[in-house]
Design a protein around this ligand. Structure first.
Ligand SMILES: Cc1cc2nc3c(=O)[nH]c(=O)nc-3n(C[C@H](O)[C@H](O)[C@H](O)COP(=O)(O)OP(=O)(O)OC[C@H]3O[C@@H](n4cnc5c(N)ncnc54)[C@H](O)[C@@H]3O)c2cc1C
Ligand SMILES: *[C@@H]1O[C@H](CO)[C@@H](O)[C@H](O)[C@H]1NC(C)=O
Ligand SMILES: *[C@@H]1O[C@H](CO)[C@@H](O)[C@H](O)[C@H]1NC(C)=O
Ligand SMILES: *[C@@H]1O[C@H](CO)[C@@H](O)[C@H](O)[C@H]1NC(C)=O
Length: 749
């Protein structure tokens, strides 16, 4: 164990240098930034206008009203001078904002980048501009109020590329603003780490190193595990403790507690798949998946729920009787016990209390939910970018150190390109994994460009290969290895989420406190088959919420964003009956996702949105936003009825009922409605017969030998509960099977 250091803030993890953006013409960038300025514009009172083209003016009356509203609505309103400075500020004057945007574009998959480039280029010409904006003057030459009007008209349009274009541009602006605007963060009193930051002890991982050489390096082991996330880490411990030699590889890197939590920009880059910004092809779904040492376990929100009976029965009915056995329950209990999963030490934050107290007032079912925090109180909401205190018992804190103690070896920065097979005995027999190792730089950092770091091709020869690369990557690795089973990559379940957020007259600082410590389950079974929604709190690191926050105008957005300290956000987490698929981008090879919430699933999500709004209302929310395009926020006419105790009409308040109707009527149609997913499952589905899925009931890939998948991709369908514990329990089962088989094979030799 390393030492506990005395830092006031995590050590910074700098981003790698950015390319020069030369893949686009200057004029293309100009159009983009002209539109970004319109999304979050500099705003001044008309008498103070100094730049007609690049400032948005409003009347003194409107200005005064806005400030009066801010003073009324916020527990800690800025003084008038700060307010003026905030409204007048142009986010794109801030180099961090510019870089944030450029970094997103740089890492956008080529196909999407080309589409955006095409649209922006067309607008630079007079005819193109007329077509896109209704004006001959190219948009970058237009004054700000016209640019804003163009964005507004796009968002209101219901067909063609307009609403999607607007959505993408506004999302870019909101993300860069909430991640990188220092004045904004100062005004909402946000810092990127907990106030009482004290890094916990880190485990001193020893990663294998290789020299610089053209020749591939070769390593031998009993078992190689690709992916150090929840599935892989559990397998590593089980197999190492059973006495087998184990090698765990991950393309991500290890970051010790002294570097966690990272700030929003570095965290997105170093801890997440695709820089934290994977979208489904139709842009309807924003997808979060962990990619670092510890995978999703390093960033997850620590909610630790066991698989529910109706899901276990559904899987058993599909020919997988194991899920209905006491043996599976032992797997669940074993992983929970090991991580100290418990609800005994929870201190709820405001967001979780709204779910608990509100449900009680409405006669709904909600309870405190366990977390894997080693039986300790863990009042921290920023583990989304890694857990600095090391209280969260993620793979890097518990499973992987335990496997190290049992002799497991590790390689970070290793991207597995394919599984190696021998064809000798008729069936495809896995004999190892091939890939590329990317070393850290000379100073042990990971911020130096890849071209200036040692790269080495490495072959790992193994008796058993376990693929635990997560539901987006595991199927791609199997396909790259030449497997043709048509089920690989299909059956992608996502738990699509819609969002609701509310402002309370209370100093909340929503990013503080355990992320999800309570759930309302009243609407989890809408069809009698276990499909429905769970109502959960949202992680409130600002960009997570603000990237999707409703936008109707620059002024409204800027004013609403200021209320963040008094807000809480919620998700309607839907157990999806229907599914999509993942496939490799033909150019980059990275995962592309085709997924659109079906009418059936989004009707359930909508039920969740309405229910969440009711919870917020009954708990005294003064303003409620459903993230449903075309709707206005609900504003309570009689503010200050704190906690809803004095409400007379309750949720039957006619103005509230009318607002709910407007939300339902507007509907949550993809792609313009934002959906989010942090749970990807099912793309290497377990099935009892060859031809019905990718792996058998022991996790072995059909039609192969010695090749296994152990991660959330083997789920036969959506788990309904947040998937980590289900994933770990299945991985425990699969790993125990492999351990036994290996021992038998060793005995025979
Ligand atoms: C923000 C967030 C919050 C979450 N919160 C919760 C929660 O509170 N409760 C809960 O139950 N679940 C939660 N989840 C979900 C949970 O973390 C995931 O379901 C789980 O991590 C999936 O585990 P996995 O084993 O399938 O893969 P992952 O944990 O995703 O690990 C896959 C690993 O494989 C590596 N990899 C991929 N491809 C390759 C390759 N070719 N070569 C080498 N390495 C590769 C990746 O870098 C990654 O580290 C959350 C997820 C996210 C993203
Ligand atoms: C706006 O507020 C300022 C300062 O409080 C005041 O002097 C001015 O008269 C107000 N203007 C209007 C139009 O209400
Ligand atoms: C989530 O975090 C907890 C605590 O850090 C960890 O034990 C668990 O393994 C993680 N889950 C996943 C899926 O990685
Ligand atoms: C929830 O109820 C508890 C117990 O009555 C109370 O202490 C707490 O303040 C309430 N919280 C909210 C946010 O209403």
């Amino acid at each position: 164990m390393g030492v506990t250091s005395h830092l006031a803030a995590p050590l910074p993890t700098p981003l790698p240098p950015l390319d020069d953006g030369g893949y686009w013409k200057d004029s293309t960038w100009q159009v983009l930034f002209a539109l970004l300025d319109a999304a979050i514009p500099p705003i001044v009172v008309e008498t103070a206008l100094t730049d007609k083209k690049n400032q948005l003016k409003i009347s003194e009356e409107e200005y005064n009203e806005s400030y009066a509203h801010v003073r009324e609505a916020l527990t800690h309103p800025p003084d008038l001078d700060k307010f003026k400075e905030y409204l007048r500020a142009r986010p794109s004057d801030n180099p961090r904002f510019l870089q944030n945007v450029r970094r997103v574009i740089a890492t956008t998959p080529d196909s999407a980048k080309k589409k955006l480039e095409g649209a922006l280029n067309t607008m630079t010409t007079r005819t193109g501009s007329l077509f896109f904006t209704g004006y001959c003057t190219p948009v970058q030459d237009q004054p700000l109020h016209i640019r804003q009007a163009v964005l507004q008209s796009w968002t209101k349009s219901y067909f063609g590329i307009w609403p999607i274009l607007a959505k993408s541009i506004i999302a870019l602006a909101r993300k860069a603003f909430s991640q990188a605007d220092p004045l904004y963060q100062q005004l909402i009193d946000y810092t990127d780490h907990p106030d009482s930051y004290r890094p916990g002890p880190g485990f001193d991982f020893k990663f294998m190193q290789f020299d610089n050489s053209e020749e591939p390096a070769t390593v031998e082991t009993d078992v190689v595990i690709v992916g150090s996330g929840c599935g892989g880490a559990v397998c590593a411990k089980v197999l190492a403790e059973a006495g087998h030699s184990v090698l765990v590889v991950d393309k991500g890197y290890y970051f010790p507690p002294s570097q966690l939590p990272m700030n929003q920009e570095s965290g997105s880059h170093f801890l997440y798949e695709g820089n934290g910004l994977i979208q489904s092809d139709d842009t309807s779904m924003a997808i979060l998946a962990g990619s670092c040492w510890g995978g999703g376990g390093t960033v997850n929100w620590s909610l630790s729920l066991q698989t529910q009976g109706f899901v276990r029965q559904e899987w058993a009915n599909q020919g997988l009787p194991f899920f209905a056995t006491a043996e599976f329950q032992r797997c669940l209990d074993r992983v929970c016990e090991y991580m100290g999963v418990s609800d005994a030490h929870i201190r709820h934050n405001h967001g979780s209390e709204v779910i608990l107290n509100g449900s009680r007032k409405l006669g709904w079912m909600a309870k405190a939910e366990p977390q894997n925090t080693g039986g300790q109180e863990h009042y921290c909401g920023q583990c989304h970018f890694g857990c600095g205190s090391a209280e969260k018992q993620g793979p890097t804190v518990s499973w992987l150190p335990a496997s190290a103690k049992a002799g497991a070896k590790f390689i970070e920065g290793f991207h597995a390109s394919k599984v190696l097979f021998s064809e000798e005995s008729g069936a495809k027999t896995a004999i190892g994994v091939e890939g590329t190792w990317l070393a850290r730089d000379k100073d042990g950092g990971v911020s130096t460009p890849e071209a200036n770091r040692v790269q080495r091709s490495v072959r790992i020869m193994a008796k058993k290969v376990i693929v635990s690369a997560g539901s987006l990557q595991s199927p791609l690795l199997l396909q790259r290895s030449g497997l043709k089973n048509r089920h690989i990559g299909r059956n992608l379940h996502m738990h699509p989420c819609n969002y609701v957020c509310a402002r309370f007259h209370k100093d909340i600082k929503p990013w503080e406190g355990g992320i999800i410590t309570s759930i309302c389950s009243t609407f989890e079974n809408m069809d009698g088959k276990g499909h429905g929604v769970k109502l959960e709190t949202m992680n409130m690191v600002p960009y997570v919420m603000m990237s999707n926050f409703p936008w109707t105008s620059g002024l409204d957005f800027k004013i609403d964003a200021l209320k963040y300290r008094n807000m809480n956000g919620y998700i309607a987490l839907t157990r999806d009956r229907d599914s999509g698929y993942v496939f490799p981008d033909p150019v980059s090879g990275s995962p592309r996702v085709v997924y659109r919430a079906s009418d059936f699933d989004r009707a359930n999500a909508m039920t969740g949105v309405i229910a969440l709004a009711k919870l917020c209302y009954i708990q005294g929310a003064e303003e409620i936003w459903a993230f449903i395009p075309g709707t206005q926020p609900f504003r309570r006419s009689k503010p200050r009825d704190v906690e809803g105790e004095k409400m007379d009409h309750g949720i039957n308040d006619p103005s509230f009922v009318a607002w709910l109707e407007s939300v339902e009527k507007a509907g949550n149609k993809p792609p313009i409605t934002p959906f989010g997913s942090a749970h990807q499952m099912g793309t290497c589905r377990m099935a009892s017969y060859e031809g019905e899925g990718v792996v058998d009931s022991h996790g072995k890939v059909w039609e192969t030998r010695d090749l296994y998948v152990a991660d959330a991709s083997v789920f036969p369908s959506a788990s309904g509960v947040n998937p980590m514990i289900t994933n770990m329990a299945i991985s425990d089962w699969i790993a125990r099977g492999i351990a036994k088989e290996l021992s038998l094979e060793k005995d025979k030799q």
